[in-house]
Design a protein around this ligand. Structure first.
Ligand SMILES: [Zn+2]
Length: 181
């Protein structure tokens, strides 16, 4: 990157038209990140933040279940968790494209992205489940299920899940607690 000629700073913010003063790293003087300025992103720091958040919002709104960006995001999340938990990883977007569905295969409701329900939870979001957790994020060990199903399954065996279900259905019955099925 070329050094900036400080005598020739005539750039204005392309959004609010204020004069741009590049701000060196660690300095409080200036209104434009020097890296942005050098990369010819001529926006003041306030505007650059507004611009970025509007882009993120737009990107989120445009993301749909099974689109390339969505699958890529699932892959990236899995890659990070695999690294953190020292688990095998070899997933590719095409692997997920083969197995993604529009509805949760367990509960049958439609998958939704970036949409919290009335309980402020993401339970309708599609997530990657490692069928055998310790085998990691590898082809043939991954299915896509809702976050709700994934939370319930967690690292439990089918027998353990039944036990929890039976325990609570009995407990709720004893206490006369009504719940939606
Ligand atoms: Zn501005």
């Amino acid at each position: 990157m070329k050094p900036i000629n400080r005598n020739n700073l005539t750039k204005k913010c392309t959004m609010c038209f204020t004069n741009l003063i590049p701000r060196e790293v660690g300095s409080y003087i200036g209104n434009c990140y020097i890296s942005n300025y050098k990369n010819r992103i001529y926006k003041c720091n306030s505007c650059v933040n507004i611009y970025k958040s509007s882009k993120t919002k737009k990107y989120r709104q445009e993301k749909t279940v099974g689109c390339s960006i969505h699958l890529q995001d699932l892959i990236e999340g899995a890659r990070e968790r695999a690294k953190k938990n020292k688990l095998p990883f070899n997933l590719k977007v095409k692997d997920l494209r083969k197995i993604i569905t529009s509805h949760c295969p367990i509960f049958g409701f439609k998958f939704e992205l970036n949409k919290k329900d009335i309980n402020n939870s993401w339970k309708n979001s599609p997530t990657l489940d490692r069928i055998i957790p310790e085998k990691g994020y590898v082809k043939n060990n991954i299915i896509i299920i809702s976050m709700l199903a994934n939370c319930i399954k967690s690292c439990a065996t089918p027998e353990q899940i039944f036990k929890v279900g039976n325990f609570y259905s009995k407990l709720y019955e004893e206490k006369g607690i009504k719940y939606e099925t």
